[in-house]
Design a protein around this ligand. Structure first.
Ligand code: KG4
Ligand code: ZN
Length: 335
């Protein structure tokens, strides 16, 4: 079954063709990051306009890269939640029109479920149940993936997402937007013990996370140094920051894994590309005798292939939509 999958929830327009949920025939992506960089973050109105400009030609590109034509497509899938509402609406509108015009089933896909499903592409033998940690620019959550379309949130951030925190810290250090990748690279030459940073805990909710205190602590170090005219050791501050994020994510996720009794841990989302976090999860899973599934960097960020992968399983579960489908800005991964 060939699914044409569309993703437009944030600042990447992406269209992919995925066969039977696991084989990527094409994955066309156009990032708008350059456009938003000058504003230091995504400007929703610009994102929507750029999606409109890009989506038609990207769909053509996805078909031609797959070496197929419209008549070889069996269903249309689209990210309908969560995300920037105007950005989502572009993809949803396009997908509804395509499904109607081509008389094909329409499959609505939750963006976070898509991030988790990126691992089905990378690891053809991976099947639920497993535990997933999704860490991206907008989300940080620990999910019990009981089945392809049955999920339970075990823990989540109470304030900022991990990626949001990476981006804010990187921006203040002048690394552009989104700065997580640059921060990761700079941290490699730093000493992570140089700066003492907080690891927040939430009373009564041991699996929940908080990153705003950590963000404020880093920003205070930078502001105080600039007021005193002192130099900050930026590589070491980056390394100390990354260590604090990892110390927040890894023990909670491993505790959740223990609670489920699963031996499979999946990490997903843009922050799953972080070298320190990946390394710490490799060590922690090995200690526990569990297997870590971490997608290649190309499948960590937003893409259409991950939406096509999840769409296949939503289709098998009968989760289809009609022309009444609407975009939703906020929606639990449990649905
Ligand atoms: O999953 P994603 O592409 O988009 C959302 O759905 O949010 O995640 C983007 C986030 C950004 O915050 C970006 O800075 C972060 O992932 N990111 C990283 C790294 N690469 C991307 N954060 C830390 N280390 C990295 N190597
Ligand atoms: Zn995402």
């Amino acid at each position: 079954m060939n699914i044409l999958a569309i993703e437009s929830s944030c600042d990447e327009t992406a269209v992919a063709v995925v066969k039977d949920g696991r084989t990527v025939l094409s994955d066309a992506i156009l990032s708008q990051a350059d456009m938003h960089e000058i504003y230091g973050g995504v400007v929703p109105e610009i994102a929507s306009r750029k999606h409109v400009e890009a989506i038609y030609s990207l769909a053509d590109t996805a078909l031609s890269q797959a070496g197929i034509t419209k008549k070889d497509i069996d269903a249309i899938a689209v990210t309908y939640a969560p995300g920037l509402i105007g950005a989502l609406l572009v993809g949803v509108g396009f997908a509804k029109a395509a499904a109607l015009a081509m008389d094909l089933p329409l499959i609505p896909v939750h963006h976070i479920r898509g991030h988790i499903a990126a691992n089905y592409i990378a690891f053809p033998d991976l099947e639920p149940p497993f535990l997933a940690l999704v860490v991206s620019g907008g989300h940080s959550l620990i999910v019990d993936v009981q089945d392809y379309t049955k999920m339970k949130v075990m823990g989540s951030t109470r304030d900022d997402a991990a990626g949001e925190c990476f981006d804010k810290v990187a921006r203040v250090m002048g690394m552009g937007y989104p700065g997580g990748k640059a921060l990761d690279a700079l941290a490699k030459s730093g000493d992570e013990t140089k700066y003492v940073l907080p690891r927040s805990k939430i009373d009564g909710a041991p699996l929940d996370m908080s990153f705003s205190g950590l963000k404020t602590a880093v920003l205070n170090i930078l502001h105080n140094a600039s007021q005193k005219g002192e130099q900050v050791d930026e590589p070491s501050l980056c390394a100390s920051f990354q260590a604090a994020v990892s110390d927040t994510l890894v023990p909670r996720t491993m505790e959740a894994l223990k609670q489920t009794g699963y031996k499979k841990l999946v990490i997903a989302g843009g922050v799953a590309a972080n070298s320190r976090i990946r390394g710490d999860f490799e060590a922690a899973t090995a200690r526990m005798g569990a297997v870590l599934y971490a997608p290649p960097l190309s499948l960590c960020g937003d893409n259409g292939a991950m939406i096509g992968a999840q769409a296949y399983y939503e289709y098998l579960a009968g989760n289809l939509a009609g022309p009444e489908l609407n975009a939703i800005a906020t929606l639990s991964v449990e649905k």
